[in-house]
Design a protein around this ligand. Structure first.
Ligand code: SF4
Length: 121
């Protein structure tokens, strides 16, 4: 049995949460002020999720790189594979904000999209 200490990042209160686990099973969650904190702590301990933000190369654009972001969180364990895919991508200007850059990043079912528009030079 192990105890993990977390700070809930779901809202600015930043409650300190203690999760007791047996292997991958959550036995108890303490310290959260609301149910969202428990949900966050369980997710963080069983399968942590993150939004990926990065840049991809762009040709003929007003800048050399284009900022991109995943539409939703993806499993933290998929982040390295996802970044490998991001590094392989080169797009061409013009690009509109929310254009899809990668349809199914790292097999997660989540789209990587442009987080800004970029005109052609
Ligand atoms: S447990 Fe609830 S109140 Fe506390 S930081 Fe998380 S979301 Fe906010």
């Amino acid at each position: 049995m192990i105890e993990k200490e977390l700070i809930c990042v779901t809202c600015p209160m930043g409650c300190r949460i203690t999760v007791t686990m047996e292997g991958k099973e959550v036995l108890s969650v303490k310290g959260n002020t609301c149910p969202r904190g428990e949900a966050y702590a369980r997710q963080e301990c069983v399968q942590p999720m993150r939004i990926l933000t990065s840049t991809v190369r762009i040709t003929d654009g007003t800048h050399r790189v284009l900022p991109v972001i995943t539409e939703k969180e993806i499993p933290l364990e998929k982040m390295s594979e996802a970044m490998s895919e991001v590094r392989e991508v080169t797009v061409s200007a013009p690009i509109e904000v929310n254009d899809v850059i990668i349809e199914n990043i790292a097999g997660t079912g989540v789209r990587l999209i442009a987080s800004r528009s970029m005109a052609r030079l």
